[in-house]
Design a protein around this ligand. Structure first.
Ligand SMILES: NC(=O)c1ccc[n+]([C@@H]2O[C@H](COP(=O)([O-])OP(=O)(O)OC[C@H]3O[C@@H](n4cnc5c(N)ncnc54)[C@H](O)[C@@H]3O)[C@@H](O)[C@H]2O)c1
Ligand SMILES: O=C(O)[C@H](O)COP(=O)(O)O
Length: 416
């Protein structure tokens, strides 16, 4: 085996929130054996304590990686969000420390789309109310407020990966799909983009939200927007709890303005399965409440485990940052017979020329160089003659504005 300056068995990986076993298996197959795999998230104090000697952390939507956590994460090399959303991570704090963050943008989209489609049909038929009544010995046999999906208008807010997937499935069932997005998009099938949120709300029988948590999407559906919806319409939120003013939704349902809702995400969610779920929507008829399980299928979780662990292994072994959500993206070839220097620095004028000057002064022969920058940082990858690795690393660490330097000896990796 080629030389590594930090043995892979010493590279510590912390996986929280029951990340799928497929991730553990992938790390083990790649030679990473120092893995702690926990079923829950951790409170901030415990996380701060634990993260001090961690090189790679894997989380889902519940773990908050904030400035205080990053400040304690002295050895952290990269973050893997084993989910789509990355709003639980302070991406700027990570970037400021030269830490790339990866996620799984596609692996659970189908699971969310299927759930939303099923909920649309159940709500159009008033099933939650009828089922709850039957469980209590009731018999609500009636066609009142019960509708077919065929010919109804489904309004999708946020036509990204999930919205577009939902669009295709819904259209095949006979829904007439319209969507609103801040970006101009070509609709799948016969789906049509509408010009404004207001137009979508006024036209749709079922409104489904699929936007990320952004300052612009926070509380985007409140009393005013709900008042624009068709009387008797249905609202579905499987995006983020910060998108809908939950009290306004509860009032509209109570007043009979809306016929039903399905909510998977909440402004405040229990920290674990043992904590009580508190919401003004509890006890409301024809409301489906689910515990943030839109992406929680075995298929999605297994795929996410593989996808994100692969990204972390590739970054560790090879330096590739393709698909990172906060980092300059560099796609790198294998580097047999060469050392690879990874230099992360503030993106200020003169750093690259200083790096090249230092290398040349040290008689280091550059065999390949790759550079990407974003507005904050630069990421330069330099393949050098095999013999010069340690010398180059030391010289590069001294360059002004350096955040981090790693060297990958021949085909295997270490954290520097
Ligand atoms: N409930 C769950 O378990 C679950 C699972 C997966 C994802 N999610 C959530 O769903 C969100 C969407 O996922 P995705 O993969 O489709 O994301 P995506 O990034 O592919 O799509 C988001 C879309 O929203 C659009 N958008 C952004 N701001 C908007 C605005 N103000 N108004 C209208 N459109 C806007 C974007 O242009 C984009 O097309 C994720 O960010 C995540 O928060 C939830
Ligand atoms: O962002 C996501 O992918 C979803 O919110 C799912 O999050 P989870 O992995 O915590 O279920």
């Amino acid at each position: 085996m080629a030389k590594t300056s930090l043995d892979k068995s010493k590279i510590k990986i912390l996986l929280l929130e029951g990340v799928h076993q497929s991730a553990v298996d992938n790390f083990l197959n790649a030679g990473y054996t120092n893995i702690e795999h926990l079923p829950t998230s951790l409170d901030e104090a415990t996380l701060i304590d634990k993260i001090r000697d961690v090189h790679f952390i894997g989380i889902r939507s519940r773990t908050q990686l904030n400035e205080r956590v990053f400040a304690a994460a002295e050895k952290l090399v990269a973050v893997g969000c084993f989910c789509i959303g990355t709003n639980q991570v302070d991406l700027d704090a990570a970037l400021a420390r030269g830490i790339p963050v990866f996620n799984a943008p596609y692996s659970n989209t189908r699971s969310v789309a299927e759930l939303v489609l099923a909920e649309s049909i159940m709500l159009l038929r008033g099933i939650p109310e009828k089922s709850a009544s039957a469980h209590q010995g009731g018999w609500l046999k009636s066609a009142k407020n019960a509708h077919e999906a065929r010919g109804k208008s489904l309004g999708i807010i946020g036509y990204g990966n999930i919205g577009a997937q939902l669009s295709v499935l819904a259209e095949s069932l006979g829904f007439d799909v319209i969507f609103y997005d801040v970006v101009a998009k070509l609709g799948m099938g016969n789906a049509r983009q509408v010009a404004s949120l207001e137009e979508l709300l006024a036209r749709a029988d079922v409104v489904s939200l699929h936007v990320p948590d952004l300052p612009s999407t926070r509380w985007m559906i409140g009393e005013e927007q709900i008042a624009l919806m068709k009387p008797g319409a249905i609202l579905i939120n499987a995006s983020r709890g910060s998108v809908v003013v939950i009290e306004a939704l509860a009032e509209a349902l109570e007043a009979g303005r809306l016929n039903g809702a399905a909510v998977d995400v909440f402004p405040v969610e229990p920290k674990g399965n043992n904590e009580e779920f508190v919401s003004p929507l509890r006890g409301q008829a024809n409301v489906i409440l689910t515990p943030h399980i839109g992406g929680s299928t075995l298929e999605a979780q297994e795929n996410i485990g593989i996808e994100v662990s692969e990204k972390l292994v590739t970054y560790s072994d090879n330096g590739t940052t393709v698909t990172s959500v906060n980092f300059p993206e560099v796609a790198l070839p294998a580097h047999p017979g060469k050392h690879r220097l990874l230099h992360i620095h503030d993106n200020v004028p003169g750093v690259l020329s200083e790096i090249n000057r230092v290398l040349s002064e040290n008689d280091i022969n550059i065999l390949g160089q790759y550079l990407q920058t974003n507005e904050r940082i630069g990421y330069v990858v330099i393949d050098v003659d095999k013999d010069y690795g340690p010398k180059a690393l030391e010289a590069l660490s001294r360059v002004a504005h350096t955040k981090r330097v790693r060297v990958l000896y021949s085909e295997t990796s270490f954290e520097g």
